[in-house]
Each structure stands twice: as structure tokens, then as C-alpha cells.
Write a protein that binds this ligand. Sequence first.
Ligand code: SIN
Length: 343
Amino acid sequence: MKFRRTLTAAAVAVLSLSATGCVRGALMNAGGTYTIKFAHVTTAATPKGQAADFFAADVEKRTNGRVRVQVYPNSELYGDKDEMQAIQSNSVQMLAPASAKFTTVAPALQVLDLPYLFETPDEIPQVAAPDTQVGRAIYANKDLEAKGMKVLGLWDSGMKQIHSNNRTVSPSDMVGKKYRIQPSDVLRTQFEKWGGIPTPLAFAEVYNGLQQGVIDGGENTWSNIQSQKMHTVQKYITASDHGYIGYVLIINKSFFDKLPPDLQRDVEASATEASRVNRERSAQLELESRKKIEATGNTEIVSLTPEQRQTLRDAVLPSVYLQYRDAIGPEIVDELLARKKLR
Ligand code: SIN
């Protein structure tokens, strides 16, 4: 499986090279058309998968076929370990990685990993609007620009739930258990404060890790848990809504800058439209995925009392925010704490 993926990625890189004679800049095909390769790690049925497919169809329509988008879902072409390198070398032109995947290239994006950042998904558009501190960390991110990535939008997966083989209602239930995390320092600290042992693992490896007992649990959105079949190897999912998975939609800046201006406008317009569609659909897809998991009867869905939710929250808030104040940006964290009346 991994071998096949490596081969496919290598073949695409060779094709890109031979079509253009170089790996930099916009890839104009014969006939004046452009191809965007868009890789992502979830299935086509998820909020990200559906938004990526919508974007592909919309931009092709808007440009009368002058821009074509090839979408590679489910880590088929590039996965967590190689996608950041792939976009910087222009082997792929677009990605929508979860914020946690940017930790080493743009640490401020860990703001989106902060526990209880949004109390409910309804808060997302307000708290992460482009004119807020959080919004500026995303849309005006200097680290991303310096590394040749242009931001086209913020897509939602949804709110994270804790999945595990032991019933979890308080930090004491997590002590000594291994939880898969995305590669984010904020997430590592969050699980440490809860008493668990955080274990970074690529998204494509989570199901096997759970099945083989390498990890005891993890955190993810309903649609990611359901579409990767994680619930089939987990006894419990605590409906904790304790965090958010959001995707930063990026395009290789050098590729984008070399597109003709009318096509640049079309790509941006399709990205805006796909962001709107993503937000509309993610809430619905999250609900449907939860229902599908419930219907299997395989996994118990654990509800928290207000006191249990508060105990989990108090273990990480505001301490995680304060610990990462400098890494994320003092003004961003202060705005968030003030909003939560914790400052
Ligand atoms: C994703 O939704 O893109 C993956 C999130 C994860 O790695 O858990």
C-alpha cells in the first residue's frame, strides 16, 4: 500500500517535470490549460473530501476547462508525512491539511488546536473571521508566505470527540493510556495535562494502530472516526466536543502567481464558494456520521454531565493557552482568553 503510494507520487513528480522541464511555476499544458493536483488525507465523503470535489468541479466550470483539478483523497498520493514537502516542491499544487500538520512550518496555526477554542461550531465564523487575531494568524500568516504557500480559505471538519477502549468521563480515566495525536505541541500538552500518553501517528495509520493496540484511543471528528472505521475498533466515544479540526486551504504561491490574472480570480472565487459549501455541509455530515456510528450498536456514545465537562476543561484551560502564548502569539491568545472571560 505504502509502496504503491510512493510509486504513484514518484510517477506524478516525473510527469510534472517532463511536462514543463522544471518543477517551479504554473504548469501550462499544451492548449493553454493548467492542472492543479489537490491531495488530501480523508475520504471523498467527508467535509474536506466533498469540498475538494466541489472546488474541482466549480473551477473547471468557471474557467471553461482552462483549469483542471485532479483530486487525490485518502492519502493516495501524499499523506501526513510528505504533503508539506510536496507542495513546497510544486509536486502537488493544493492541500487542505488540518492546522496541527503545520506545527513545524507555521507554529501560530496551532491556535486552531487549542482546547475549547470554540464552545460550539456556531462560533467558528465569528472567532476565526479574517479581521480577528485568529483570522490574521490564518489568512496573513507570514511563515506560510515565506514557505511559498498562499492561503485560500479555512475549511471545517468539526468538533473533536475522545474515542477509546475505556469509558472516559474524567482525566483520571486517561491516566497511562496512549492517545494518538496529530503532530502538534498543543495537542501533546493537552493529553499530558489529562494524564494520557500522547502518541503522534499519521492519519492513515490510526485504524491499524487502534486495531493492533499500539494506541488505546485518540481524538477526532465524527466524520473522520466513521469514515476511517475507527469506531469498529473502539468501545467508547465520549461526546466531548473539546476541540476543533479545521483545514487551511493552501495553494503553491509560485504556481498561483504565474496563472493569468483572470484564472487567479476564478481559483479564488471557487475557493470562496467551496469554503461556503464546506461549512454548510460539515455540520450536516458530522450529525450523519454520529448517527451511522450509533446505528452500528458497536460503540457506546458517552455523554458528559456539565460537571464532568467542566473538570476536563479546567485541566487544560487556561493552562495550555498560557503555555503556548509565545509560540502562537501573545495578542492572539490574549484576545481568546478575554473572549472567554479568563483574563
Ligand atoms: C484530517 O481530517 O485531515 C486528518 C485529521 C487527523 O489527522 O486526525
